[in-house]
Design a protein around this ligand. Structure first.
Ligand SMILES: [Zn+2]
Length: 201
């Protein structure tokens, strides 16, 4: 890669940082971009910039949104009494697009994972504390999946809630889900069943 022209090497280095891309595929993408009509490449560049400028994180739930608070948090038709905790925004989308849950959400920003260096300080527990302090929540639904990391996160989060708000009901999605599965890949029907038959912790 040392012989690449400077401008090309910068793009290749940046692309190679993306998940699933090594230096070779990064170079292939960079060359494809270079071979496209100039306007196509410029449009892509501009859209990436606008992505950062026009989107932000909702201050209430931590989801990616064009408005703050996001559409879901500012929807008066949604119950304030149920709060569904998800690991990431993809999982929120999966549940919400299925269209049967009418409470609110909170995005934790990941799962505890000592091996990947994901510590409790990196989870959005500050957002959770703020939501608990509102006094409106009666049930927290943990929708974190069934991997080892999600179980560790479940017990950490439920202990945290019990310490400050023992009156809140804590539930998790029913375990019809195959072990090790990630919530964002679940189909609508399985998801609906696991919410209907959720278990009390
Ligand atoms: Zn929100």
């Amino acid at each position: 890669m040392d012989k690449l022209p400077h401008a090309l090497r910068i793009v290749v280095d940046q692309l190679a940082r993306l998940p699933g891309l090594g230096p070779k595929s990064a170079l292939r993408i960079a060359l494809t971009l270079l071979n496209q009509p100039e306007e196509t490449t410029r449009t892509l560049g501009r859209s990436i910039l606008e992505l950062r400028d026009s989107l932000s994180l909702c201050r209430l739930c931590g989801s990616i949104s064009e408005t703050d608070p996001c559409q879901i948090c500012s929807d008066p038709g949604r119950s304030e009494e149920q709060l569904c905790l998800v690991a990431d925004w993809d999982a929120l989308l999966t549940i919400d697009e299925a269209g049967f849950y009418s409470g609110k959400y909170l995005v934790l920003g990941g799962l505890l994972s000592p091996l990947d260096g994901m510590q409790s300080e990196q989870l959005a527990t500050d957002l959770l504390q703020e939501r608990l302090a509102s006094g409106q929540i009666r049930e927290i639904i943990l929708a974190l999946g069934t991997t080892r990391d999600s179980e560790a996160t479940e017990s950490y989060i439920s202990n945290l809630i019990r310490r400050t708000n023992p009156e809140i009901r804590i539930t998790r999605l029913a375990q019809g889900i195959p072990v090790g599965s990630e919530l964002k890949y679940m189909d609508r029907e399985t998801l609906k069943q696991s919410l209907n038959f959720r278990q009390q912790l």
